[in-house]
Design a protein around this ligand. Structure first.
Ligand code: PDD
Length: 290
């Protein structure tokens, strides 16, 4: 497997990073996960725009222009096998003596990228759907930044694994009112379906603005699927006809069990079937137009 590290391509075994890297010491960095279909990066502009938003959020200068990123990404795809891959791109504030404050003058950031095979969700998972649990969203208030400091997400997702589930759906308690509402999954976005309407939580500081989330809403708009973007109360999650999960690596999946109870009829529903097919068509059309 060829990886990219600070200007060079090399086998992963040869990649070395200082123990003083601020990513290692503080989790001081941001990342992206970009799916590649038919050896072409999917929604590259949108991923690079979100990367810029994350970099701005942590006050780290973007080390590359859009054209430089595209060139590195295309070379990495070429150096790895497989038609479908997913790229992991990671930038930290670099190597410096341990001090919480930014290094002065700034040091060169660490830029790392690797590619892994991207298996599309297997048929049995598409047919059965997945089981999830809910948990309190105990993360910080800048979940819109795709930070590499993922300890809360790691612990929340592990709760799902220990409950024999696929994902943990996060519920945020509003200080003051005590109201509880849906934010997202530990590593995914979540949609609710009620009475034929697709409901999505608003993109704010409490969730990651998912690239797949945007594609699903675009598909809903162009196909006249009724949809609303608004805050979703926890009671609506539990009373949903369908629940859907989206991410770059999982595409769109039906959640058929929540906290041990069936969601709607306990089987992937009509909205899932429709959106899954439209998502596959969308991907195919994008790739064909290249
Ligand atoms: N995670 N919310 C969180 C907290 C995520 O970590 C992710 C993706 C998403 C979905 O975003 P997108 O559709 O752009 O993949 C939402 C990636 C896949 C990961 O960390 O591996």
């Amino acid at each position: 497997m060829a990886i990219y590290l600070n200007g060079q391509f090399m086998p992963i075994e040869d990649a070395k990073i200082s123990v003083l890297d601020r990513g290692f010491i503080f989790g001081d960095g941001v990342y992206e996960v970009i799916p590649v279909y038919s050896r072409s990066a999917f929604r590259l502009e949108e991923h690079l725009r979100r990367l810029q938003h994350s970099l701005d959020g942590i006050k780290l200068a973007n080390p590359h222009s859009r054209a430089e990123w595209a060139a590195i990404i295309n070379q990495l795809i070429e150096r790895n096998t497989g038609e479908d891959q997913y790229l992991y791109l990671h930038i930290t504030r670099g190597v410096a003596k341990r001090d919480h404050a930014f290094p002065k003058p700034p040091v060169a950031p660490t830029v790392f990228m690797m590619s892994s095979p991207l298996p599309t969700p297997p048929d049995n998972l598409l047919r059965s759907g997945i089981a999830c649990i809910t948990a309190q969203d105990n993360r910080w208030l800048r979940c819109d930044i795709k930070s590499i400091a993922l300890l809360p997400n790691v612990l929340l997702r592990q709760m799902a694994v220990e409950a024999d589930c696929t994902e943990t759906i996060l519920i945020r308690r509003e200080p003051g009112t005590g109201g509880e509402f849906l934010t997202e999954g530990a590593a995914s976005n979540i949609f609710v379906v009620k009475n034929g309407i697709l409901l999505a939580p608003p993109k704010d500081n409490l969730m990651l603005p998912g690239i797949t989330y945007d594609v699903i809403l675009e598909i809903a708009a162009t196909n006249n699927i009724p949809h609303e973007v608004r805050r979703i109360a926890v009671a609506e999650v539990h009373a949903a006809d369908e629940l859907l999960l989206t991410s770059s690596t999982k595409e769109v999946l039906a959640i058929t069990q929540l906290d041990g109870k069936p969601v709607g009829g306990g089987k992937p529903g009509a909205m899932f079937a429709k959106l899954h097919k439209l998502y596959q068509d969308f991907k195919r059309d994008v790739m064909r137009s290249r």
